[in-house]
Design a protein around this ligand. Structure first.
Ligand SMILES: Cc1cc2nc3c(=O)[nH]c(=O)nc-3n(C[C@H](O)[C@H](O)[C@H](O)COP(=O)(O)O)c2cc1C
Length: 180
């Protein structure tokens, strides 16, 4: 299974999570970049009014991936608006998507998950897993736990087997899941 990690990050939290996830999955990472960087107020309005900011093109073809892990902050209760542009500009039909949110207060399993399901359903893709990290906690060990919990939800073929011989074979080995 070919996996890619795509993230958007304005202040760096989602980037840290994306890199950690990509390292565990041995997957390439792509960053969504807006053409014009916005401040908090404009970003909030952009989220409230469901705008689609212009983004730079990511060189990603449908044959490059089967599973996409999206790492994105929550803005005004929904995934940050640059993701909306990215999803609209990417061929998603019949693909698998997993979403990892960085947030401070929103319950990611409610509105953000519903939003992702609805949008992905519209484009013919399927949401395989949802996870996230409350960045207000600022604890790397908690981030790691949340990432392990998230990775444990992914299809087994997405997880590389780390053997001492370094064969890189993909298969059944899964990260240890934590319950908290
Ligand atoms: C414009 C804006 C709106 C936000 N709205 C929310 C929100 O509704 N719920 C929430 O939990 N966090 C909210 N946050 C906090 C971010 O989701 C959180 O700080 C996130 O980790 C930022 O990710 P980044 O550092 O990758 O940009 C908001 C942040 C910004 C900048």
């Amino acid at each position: 299974m070919k996996t890619v990690v795509v993230y958007y990050s304005q202040y760096g939290n989602s980037r840290v999570a994306a890199r950690l996830i990509a390292k565990q999955l041995d997957a390439p990472v792509h960053r969504i970049e807006v053409k014009k960087r916005k401040g908090v107020v404009t970003s909030t309005f952009s989220a409230l009014f469901g705008r689609r900011p212009k983004i730079k093109t990511i060189p990603l073809q449908p044959e490059d991936w089967d599973l996409m892990v999206i790492v994105v902050p929550i803005w005004s209760g929904r995934p940050a608006t640059p993701l909306k542009t990215f999803l609209a500009e990417t061929r998603l039909a019949e693909k698998k998507i997993a979403a990892f949110f960085s947030f401070t207060s929103t319950d990611i399993h409610k509105r953000p998950t519903r939003w992702m399901k609805k949008v992905l359903d519209h484009f013919g893709a399927r949401l395989e897993a949802v996870g996230g990290y409350n960045t207000g906690l600022k604890q790397h060990t908690v981030l790691k736990q949340r990432v392990w919990d998230f990775l444990a939800q992914l299809p087994a073929e997405a997880i590389p087997v780390k053997s001492s011989s370094g064969s890189g074979k993909r298969g059944k080995a899964r990260p240890r899941s934590t319950t908290k």
